[in-house]
Ligand binder design. Structure first.
Ligand SMILES: [Zn+2]
Length: 102
């Protein structure tokens, strides 16, 4: 077994009716950017839009709705612009390349 936990900043999709049909107890997570277990949440000072990678709906999210989640990397994944801009900032923590495939 690989001890290779991957962490992502996610928001929960607000299109409940779409996802509830698939799983009543699972709230679909939209990955925004990859992170690790220690990095604090990027400073976001305004609401932002995120499009669900599954149902395609776009909703407005508050910064407080961003959660750290341990999960498998999605097959295709484009970091949210808000977070990729953060990644180039002065306080960025870059340990590895943005897209590593093993
Ligand atoms: Zn959705």
């Amino acid at each position: 077994m690989w001890e290779d936990s991957r962490y992502f900043w996610v928001v929960h999709c607000k299109n409940h009716w779409f996802h509830v049909r698939k799983n009543l107890f699972f709230r679909h997570r939209i990955p925004l950017a990859e992170t690790d277990a220690f990095t604090s949440r990027p400073a976001i000072d305004s609401r932002f839009r995120a499009r669900c990678d599954e149902c395609g709906k776009e909703y407005v999210y508050k910064p407080s709705e961003v959660l750290r989640c341990e999960q498998e990397p999605p097959e295709s994944f484009t970091p949210h612009p808000l977070f990729s801009e953060e990644g180039t900032g002065a306080n960025s923590v870059v340990a590895e390349g943005p897209s590593q495939k093993n």
